[in-house]
Design a protein around this ligand. Structure first.
Ligand code: SAM
Length: 287
């Protein structure tokens, strides 16, 4: 287990501690595992995103261990101390506000450093919103792309949206409730209204809901709603053989890009028709 096991017989040198990546619930506190509870009890300290949030979990299970805050702002200053403690033989648990640390949260900042010091990392698996949404969506789940939160800058976001629009695999996206409607309109623009989608809201919680079936319907559903709660989006990929010809949204975008780059409509259409194996008239019809 310990990478320095050849030294472990030397009593004067304490064995290194272990960094435990502990999965915690994404809403329903009963989803915590027995093994996670045992680790949270036995480690020297628990590093967590928001101590108030983790305190609620610890209180529910009568665990009173030392908590320190570890978030994206303070992680650069906390990591060296955590590594020092591990080298002194103290084991430490990392938890995030919800789910599996390292999936779009500060957990990802620490593992690289700890690994590079040759220290042990053990994951105690638990809930993850992305996988929970995926497996309950009814969409293909054996092969998928996890995008996390899309970039905020329009130019970077468009690049990813274009990739998503052409991807054959199911895509999972995290989004905040206040930006959901905007993202759905962007998905409409790039993928078309018929694309299958499930918006999973408040997974494992009292008001859990799964809204589908396609982008048009989901936009209509949320239009009059003040969206609140945690959101994960699962979007079906395209069926290249069937959908390519009707993937007019990304083709229209490509056409505009070529025209903006200086090509005539005729030259741009000819180029795209050849590239996509469709008639030039089909490209013309997009305008
Ligand atoms: N590490 C977490 C995980 O394993 O899922 C994700 C952390 S990320 C900072 C938080 C995002 O996860 C939320 O903005 C939301 O998109 C998604 N999320 C977390 N809990 C959720 C829930 N109960 N229902 C739906 N989405 C959730």
């Amino acid at each position: 287990m310990n990478n320095n096991s050849s030294l472990s017989h030397r009593k004067e040198e304490p064995e290194n501690g272990v960094l435990y990546i502990v999965g915690t619930p994404i809403g329903n506190l009963n989803d915590i595992s027995q093994r996670a509870l045992n680790i949270l009890k036995k480690v020297s300290l628990v590093a967590c995103e928001d101590t108030r949030q983790t305190k609620k979990l610890m209180n529910k299970f009568n665990i009173s261990n030392k908590l320190i805050s570890f978030n994206k702002h303070n992680s650069p200053s906390k990591i060296p101390n955590i590594v020092k403690d591990l080298k002194k033989g103290k084991s430490i648990a990392i938890v995030s506000d919800a789910g599996l640390p390292g999936i779009c949260d500060p957990g990802e900042y620490i593992t690289k450093f700890v690994k590079s010091e040759g220290l042990d990392i053990v994951c105690i698996p638990g809930a993850c919103a992305a996988l929970t949404a995926l497996v309950s969506s009814g969409l293909p789940s054996s092969s998928f792309v996890f995008e996390g939160f899309l970039p905020r800058k329009r130019i970077d976001k468009e690049k990813i949206l274009l990739e998503i629009s052409k991807n054959e695999k199911t895509t999972i996206i995290y989004e905040s409730p206040k930006r959901l409607k905007k993202l759905l309109k962007e998905l409409l623009e790039f993928c078309g209204g018929d694309r299958e989608i499930i918006v999973a809201r408040e997974l494992t919680k009292k008001f859990e809901e799964h809204v589908g079936n396609n982008i048009n319907e989901v936009i209509e559903y949320f239009d009059s709603e003040n969206v609140i709660g945690e959101i994960t989006i699962v979007l079906k990929g395209i069926n290249k053989n069937r959908d390519l010809k009707v993937d007019k949204f990304s083709m229209k975008k490509d056409l505009n890009d070529l025209i903006n780059a200086g090509l005539s409509l005729s030259a741009a259409s000819k180029y795209l028709a050849k590239k996509n194996g469709v008639k030039k008239s089909e490209i013309y019809n997009l305008i």
